[in-house]
Design a protein around this ligand. Structure first.
Ligand SMILES: [Zn+2]
Length: 250
């Protein structure tokens, strides 16, 4: 995979970058907070066609840019710089209360104590260091995600009889999950905040990619075999980011 950067040209086109992907069969546009507007092209694609393509897709780009902007505005309005007093892990049906306890440790480190029976987390240490508290809460979430999502994926994989090779939990801003050509599945730890049936759908979706590495009709047909309600579940993922607490996004 290689990347390149092209200036936007002169006819008022939005700024974009070009990424050459070995996996792309045809040209596609991708818009994200991290990468902005990207034109993903197969290696043999004629770059001269790109400005015209951008011109043609201007409405789509504007519409989706607006969506992204609204999403950012939503997060900004959620006072992301405050520490949470609870963490609602919908997928597990667990709502954790968080208590902050200022204690002075020699190293100034933060330590998280889990009181499982009360579903309570106690954050000990220098709690005036908001960023450090967030960091350790995120670490706790990542571990939680590994514990639950790995087992969950394994169970679903056995049920569907669709094996995968390895799995990893990651912190991705816009992807809920992904599956590589080698059948390695990555899952976003933020899935913990979604409803269980939506998480199950994401797992099914990624497992079906072990058979079809695309979103072809055959892929969707396989998905529908395991989850007939896949269309509305897939749609619900567009709004699911609203369930992610703002403090995790900055
Ligand atoms: Zn997919």
């Amino acid at each position: 995979m290689a990347s390149g950067f092209l200036p936007s040209g002169n006819n008022n086109l939005p700024t974009y970058t070009v990424r050459v992907s070995d996996r792309a069969k045809s040209v596609r546009l991708s818009l994200s907070v991290e990468a902005g507007l990207e034109v993903v092209i197969p290696a043999d694609y004629d770059r001269q066609n790109i400005p015209e393509l951008i011109q043609k897709k201007k409405d789509w780009i504007a519409r989706n840019q607006l969506k992204l902007d609204q999403r950012e505005a939503f997060f900004q309005s959620q006072s992301p710089h405050q520490l949470p007093d609870r963490i609602n892990l919908r997928s597990l049906g667990e709502e954790w209360q968080i208590e902050y306890s200022p204690t002075f440790t020699k190293s100034g480190a933060i330590a998280i104590q889990e009181k499982r029976t009360e579903l309570k987390l106690v954050v000990n240490g220098n709690i005036t260091d908001v960023e450090a508290c967030k960091f350790f809460l995120k670490q706790w979430l990542m571990k939680k995600a590994e514990n639950h999502l790995f087992r969950w994926l394994r169970k679903t994989s056995l049920r569907l009889e669709l094996p995968y090779r390895t799995t990893a939990v990651r912190n991705q801003k816009t992807l809920w999950g992904s599956c590589s050509r080698d059948r390695n599945i990555s899952l976003n730890y933020k899935l913990l905040f979604l409803e269980a049936n939506v998480v199950e759908y994401v797992l099914i979706h990624e497992l079906c990619h072990t058979v079809h590495m695309n979103h072809s009709d055959r892929f969707w047909k396989l998905v529908s075999k395991f989850e007939p309600n896949y269309k509305s579940l897939d749609k619900s993922l567009n709004h699911a980011w609203q369930l992610i607490p703002a403090w995790l996004n900055c």
